[in-house]
Design a protein around this ligand. Structure first.
Ligand code: AMP
Length: 431
């Protein structure tokens, strides 16, 4: 996949209807948006289009609603199966209850709070009552230059996630140009993230442009030394990333729960630490590969251990990588923090995905904090994969000091794995 994609700045958008796929899937509690990063992140592209006199049609998903705008498909397969398994006399009532619940989702997962927030942030936005229905069609047709509408939650149609061609075409028929700026869903081949590109000239927004230029450069032509830090719960989630990065990095640091699978593979005692027994051979293979390629592979040398997997469990530091029975490793220890931090001094590029311990719990957050500090102070081009590591860096207050914090968890992992992301592959290449 080439990372050299055309962006909104490379095409003429004045007076054109532009369908912009954003990632407005923000957390909402009691009708209040609790984290508006994704909305703020979408503003540069939206404001640019408004300033250039485009007719802007915003579109996004929110959560995982039922399919509420297509009567025939109103209940998803799982639900239909559940109902079919019931005694016949109960099915009618169960169907009615399920449809009622689906209707409730319209309210709960409506994009109304997003439209309200966009208005407060200075983008005058009108919310449509549907996605491809009469209201959206009428509002799109009536758009004047520089005006903005927001379609309702695109996942109110089950066809969206099926990348249904008729649905993609209906979406596309609202506009003349497609802009994808939703990196968080770029690894999904859905109608609004990829399907529409079959019917419209397709380019990226500024958010995706930044994601692919920073991460693409790091993978293709990194400033060296190139250090990857991988953590998190499981080796199995990161196999693809390790495999791809081991070909490119100078140093590979492994911390977090996944380190214990490596220790177990080497025969070191790990107590009741998280471990994937079926990945022991794989861990040994990775170690051999690193050795053969001359990649320095760093594992923890000491740990913070706890009795149980609980926030308030009894815990202590041990100055060894061997964990006694009845204890589990929940964070890297101080010597390891020092070792990992030292290896970051002078790094040219650092890519980090996955916390060093159970960083959601204060007693087990210091390893992740120390690594965040070391990455921030390294002066390297620093790229933080989305999801837990991004949340940890933000929560610990180091966000401003990183070069790039990816807005996509799954998408950034797939990017680091070297996989083709359908939402990016479908966009036009630069000439
Ligand atoms: P991931 O989504 O794979 O990046 O994993 C993130 C999760 O890994 C977080 O929820 C952490 O709590 C968890 N994690 C990190 N270290 C450990 C550990 N030593 N034991 C259990 N879970 C861990």
């Amino acid at each position: 996949m080439t990372y050299n994609k055309k962006s909104v700045a490379d095409i003429d958008v004045a007076g054109k209807k532009v369908l912009v796929r954003c990632d407005f899937n923000v957390p909402i509690k009691d009708g209040i948006i609790t984290d508006e990063k994704r909305i703020v992140g979408a503003l540069p592209t939206i404001k640019y289009l408004v300033e250039k006199g485009a007719k802007v049609i915003l579109c996004s998903h929110m959560g995982r609603p039922h399919n509420v705008f297509n009567e025939k498909l109103a209940l998803d397969k799982k639900e239909k199966k559940k109902i079919e398994a019931l005694p016949e006399e109960e099915r009618e009532a169960a169907t009615a209850a399920a449809l009622e619940k689906a209707k409730g989702d319209v309210k709960k997962l409506s994009l109304k709070p997003v439209a309200d927030r966009l208005n407060e942030l200075g983008v005058k936005t009108t919310l449509c009552a549907d996605v491809i229905g009469p209201d959206a069609q009428a509002k799109a047709a009536a758009l004047k230059d520089g005006e903005v509408i927001l379609l309702e939650n695109v996942r109110f149609h089950a066809e969206e996630e099926k990348n249904d061609p008729a649905f993609s075409q209906a979406l596309a028929s609202l506009a003349e140009i497609y802009v994808n700026d939703a990196f968080g869903t770029a690894h999904r081949a859905h109608s609004s993230t990829a399907g529409v590109a079959a019917y419209l000239p397709a380019v990226c927004g500024f958010l995706i442009e930044k994601e692919i230029s920073v991460m693409g450069k790091a993978l293709d032509d990194p400033k060296r030394p190139f250090v990857a830090i991988l953590g998190g719960a499981k080796v199995s989630d990161k196999i693809g990333v390790i495999n791809n990065l081991i070909e490119k990095v100078d140093t590979l640091i492994i911390g977090g729960g996944m380190a214990y699978t490596f220790f177990r593979a080497m025969g070191s005692p790990i107590g009741s630490s998280i471990c994937e027994e079926d990945k022991l051979d794989l861990a040994l293979d990775m170690m051999k590969k690193a050795h053969d390629k001359g990649v320095a592979l760093l594992l923890p040398v000491d740990n913070v251990i706890g009795r149980e997997y609980r926030e308030d469990t009894t815990f202590m530091r041990i100055y060894s990588d061997a964990i006694p029975d009845g204890w589990m490793g929940l964070d890297i220890g101080e010597k390891t923090q020092e070792l990992f931090s030292k290896s970051l001094i002078g790094a040219g590029t650092v890519v980090w995905n996955g916390p060093m311990g159970v960083s959601e719990w204060p007693n087990f957050a210091s390893g992740t904090r120390a690594v965040a500090k070391a990455v921030a102070e390294s002066g390297a081009i620093s790229i933080i994969g989305g999801g837990d590591s991004a949340a940890a860096v933000e929560q610990l207050g180091y966000a401003d000091q990183m070069t790039h914090i990816s807005t996509g968890g799954g998408a950034s992992l797939e990017f680091l794995e070297g996989l083709e992301l359908p939402g990016i592959a479908c966009l036009q290449d630069k000439d």
